[in-house]
Ligand binder design. Structure first.
Ligand SMILES: *Cc1c(COP(=O)(O)O)cnc(C)c1O
Length: 370
């Protein structure tokens, strides 16, 4: 008998379910024979990168025969200046997803525990499991991270705690006061990862300034990304801010050219172009309110959002509604894999896309348009 590939695999990965990305627009259009499908499934920015960013990318194209700057010198300088830290406190990643992996691989030993909220970003437990760590899942409370319960879940074996703020898929935040209380109870040796992918949509006086914990020398890593508000999901670029010693350890295992050159110049140009971010934050905010009103009219319950997506409860089988929305050319995300049988996660789109979603939802839910 021949050897099965699975018997050769690292045993830690065998229990991991493959990540299911949102259905690509092109695939749905091919299936339906249509040309105007919309994707509201992956929390992407519906706006193209700004002209300035596109120009910067085009200007860098002739140099693509060269490897990128492996240290990301200029981008790290700019990010350090923006956040008032030193460049050796900044690490770039192929998306912030790569940084989650670098943190886990740098610090989590097999048998160490990681405290992970649930439901939250599926990448955290996946990477912890692959590293042979133990996932300690802590349920949300009223769709919000339960920092009290997460603090109680910490043991002497806890190496890392993940805090997605805002959380995906619920779009709720934990507040400045809640985080301060949590940090005051946290053992000194426990690393907290604040994943702030959606921070631009969430800002307000109640939102925590987690970079202050880095400055205070706490064991904190703050993750940010250019994938959402900056419209650069396709170029895969994110960054982490932490103590220089922490960053140095992550750099030991980071692939030398992990961030491509177009991503670096695009992110640099995006940093100098705050108006694009402001424009899309305003558009998303208006879109959230439009959708709340329409959901109310349709009798669809939702969780008020501090991000560019909304968790809704359609009151019946979400996978059925998902399938029927697909037939209308609208891709959303069913939350069935999280055990939320009647929930969909819907990314806020352009005003036009939002109207299209509402029309499709009204048709699918069998409501008249009166
Ligand atoms: C979208 C998202 C990210 C961003 O990932 P990138 O790899 O930077 O594209 C990170 N964390 C959460 C919770 C997200 O939803």
């Amino acid at each position: 008998m021949t050897t099965q590939w699975e018997s050769l695999a690292n045993e830690h990965i065998l229990g991991i379910a493959p990540y299911e990305p949102g259905k690509p627009v092109e695939e749905l259009e091919r299936e339906l024979g249509i040309h105007d499908a919309i994707k509201l499934a992956s929390n992407e920015n519906p706006l193209a990168p700004s002209d300035r960013v596109q120009q910067a990318i085009l200007a860098a194209v002739p140099n693509l025969n060269r490897y990128p700057d492996g240290s990301g010198y200029y981008l790290r300088q700019a990010l350090a200046k923006k956040h008032d830290v030193s460049p050796d406190q900044v690490v770039l990643g192929n998306g912030s997803n790569e940084l989650i992996e670098l943190i886990v691989r740098s610090f989590l030993r097999p048998g160490d525990e990681a405290v992970v909220p649930h439901p939250s970003f599926v990448v955290y437990p996946m990477i912890v499991q692959a590293a042979g760590g133990i996932r300690v899942m802590v349920m949300l409370k009223d769709h919000r991270l339960d920092l009290e319960a997460m603090a109680r879940a910490i043991t002497p074996m806890t190496k890392i705690v993940f805090i997605a703020n805002p959380n995906n898929p619920t779009a709720t935040i934990v507040t400045k006061d809640e985080v301060a209380h949590f940090m005051s109870r946290l053992p000194e040796r426990t690393i907290v990862v604040f994943d702030e992918a959606y921070i631009q949509f969430a800002l307000g006086p109640d939102f925590p300034e987690t970079l202050e914990y880095v400055t205070q020398g706490r064991k904190v890593v703050v993750l940010r990304t250019f994938s959402k508000a900056a419209s650069l999901a396709g170029l895969r670029i994110g960054y982490g801010v932490a103590d220089a010693d922490c960053i140095a350890l992550m750099n030991r295992i980071r692939q030398p050219f992990n961030v491509n050159s177009l991503g670096q110049v695009a992110a640099l140009a995006a940093l100098e172009d705050e108006s694009h971010t402001l424009e899309c934050v305003r558009m998303i905010e208006a879109g959230r309110h439009y959708l709340y009103d329409e959901f109310n009219a349709l009798g669809v319950k939702y969780v008020p959002s501090r991000a560019n997506f909304i968790l809704v409860d359609v009151g019946r089988s979400a996978s059925d509604i998902y399938q029927r929305l697909l037939k209308e050319g609208v891709i959303v995300r069913p939350m069935t894999p999280f055990g939320m049988e009647s929930a969909l996660r819907i990314t806020v789109g352009t005003p036009q896309e939002n109207r299209r979603l509402v029309k499709a939802l009204r048709a699918v839910l069998g409501k008249s348009s009166a």
